[in-house]
Design a binder for this molecule. Structure first.
Ligand code: GLY
Ligand code: MN
Ligand code: MN
Length: 437
């Protein structure tokens, strides 16, 4: 499933309309990444570049210039018979114009001659400033080239501006077509989690459960995961970014799976936690029900106008109250919240924007203040509790329990739509699903 190609031209037009007069924006494609020796990771396009082009080849550069006749220009790798025999089809500049709708396209080898002309005399040059794979060095070279021609009337850009504010604010708000794509990715992932619960057996290795998740997603049309899955048995669930996924699953373990596929470069992001043998112990169920209470209560709060931080604070209060009731924390709830005592068990925030990147772009604060939710935003809601296996401040029966329950939630005009609700999270439903597998 892919977005209609016409969307990319519409997005460029919308962005060009937001750019100030006499400015230029540069957005670079990703490059292949080395894994080891001459083996490479599967290519994943830069999300900003793909958002504006739908073009999935490496190393290109998109140039946007607003004006009475606004301009979209792509620099790209050339057609090359030998390279195409070894590595696959290339659109080349002609294909970029014909199939991707840009006004002009050039081979990459022309970039250093063309770019100084394109940025000569602009007031503002937008690009992602100072990133790991940054254009900084190349932009400096192009500006130096312009500077050498000032006596011939050339003028260097007056300001360099980060492109994120304009572009990422657009990406934060999802159109109906984007929402349907994300809902489809979420549904594939939800069924993958269901299958993992059904097929889990004590004695399997964590990565064999990972294989079930990946296999289900691929068979359902999603080639890639949006991030490396976390498949954590027992106390491994207390390691937040556990991706080793290589330990055997023991009787009595809880299993935390955080996995979601991507479709046409849009992510899903689901976590479910379930007992390996199909039955929660009393302690596991107590922690699980508390996390579920926070998950459900927070999803119920989601609607336009809700402050982003209020959502997090609601989860903090519910989890802290519950931890006191269970005897895992002691003292006054307000004091435990003020002192941050809950962070020993709940060390992350309630969620994050979701879109083309799993931790999607878009600011969480505006003018220094936490922003309110608005229709079209998609956020995860993912409370969790993690009791370290060596936490001797709690009774031994609690140690090594890690639970997170994560859903993907669209803010609608009137409330919320949960994109991940076809995978069970009620503990009785999970036990019934596993008993009948
Ligand atoms: N899967 C990454 C996260 O939940 O934030
Ligand atoms: Mn998440
Ligand atoms: Mn996740």
């Amino acid at each position: 499933m892919k977005l209609d190609r016409s969307i990319y031209q519409q997005r460029r037009a919308a962005l060009l309309a937001k750019m100030p007069a006499n400015s230029v924006m540069l957005i670079a494609a990703a490059s292949h990444q080395s894994r080891n020796g001459d083996a490479e990771y599967a290519f994943r396009q830069n999300s900003d570049f793909y958002y504006l082009t739908g073009f999935n080849e490496p190393d290109g550069l998109l140039v946007l210039k607003p004006g009475s006749t606004s301009l979209s220009v792509l620099f790209t790798q050339p057609r090359d018979r030998d390279m195409e025999i070894w590595n696959g089809y290339r659109a080349g500049p002609e294909g970029c114009v014909a199939d991707y709708g840009v006004d002009a396209a050039y081979e990459l080898k022309e970039i250093d001659t063309q770019m100084p002309n394109l940025i000569d005399g602009v007031d503002q040059l937008f690009y992602p400033l100072a990133r790991k794979t940054s254009l900084d060095g190349r932009v400096k070279g192009w500006i130096e080239s312009v500077a050498q021609r000032v006596r011939a009337g050339a003028a260097v850009p007056k300001a360099l501006t980060d492109s994120d504010t304009l572009l990422h604010e657009m990406r934060l708000f999802k159109s109906d077509a984007e929402v349907e794509l994300m809902a489809h990715a979420a549904e594939i992932s939800a069924q993958a989690h269901v299958t993992a619960m059904q097929e889990c057996r004590v004695g399997m290795n964590e990565f064999q459960l990972e294989a079930i998740i990946q296999s289900h997603c691929m068979k359902s049309g999603a080639r890639y995961q949006a991030y490396t899955p976390i498949v954590a048995a027992g106390a491994n669930a207390c390691i937040l970014h556990y991706i080793e996924n290589d330990k055997p699953i023991a009787d009595g373990d809880l299993i935390l799976i955080d996995a979601g596929c991507e479709l046409d470069n849009y992510a899903s992001d689901i976590t479910r936690t379930f007992p390996a043998n199909g039955k929660f112990t009393a302690e596991q169920r107590a922690i699980y029900e508390l996390v579920l209470k926070a998950n459900i209560a927070c999803i119920e709060l989601v609607k336009p106008g809700l402050n982003w931080d209020a959502l997090h604070q609601a989860s903090v209060r519910i989890l802290t109250e519950g931890l006191v009731e269970l005897g895992l924390l002691s003292g006054d709830v307000d004091a435990l919240i003020d002192s941050g005592a809950f962070r020993r068990f709940y060390m992350h925030r309630i969620g994050h924007w979701l879109g083309m990147d799993v931790h999607d772009v878009g600011s969480y604060r505006v003018n220094g203040e936490w922003r309110d939710l608005e229709p079209g935003m998609v956020t995860t809601v993912e409370p969790g509790l993690y009791i370290a296996p060596d936490d001797h401040s709690v009774e031994a029966r609690w140690r090594g329990i890690g639970v997170r329950i994560e859903d993907d939630v669209l803010v609608t005009a009137t409330g919320a739509r949960v994109l991940t609700d076809s995978v069970p999270k009620d503990p009785d439903e999970i036990e019934a699903l596993m008993a009948n597998a």
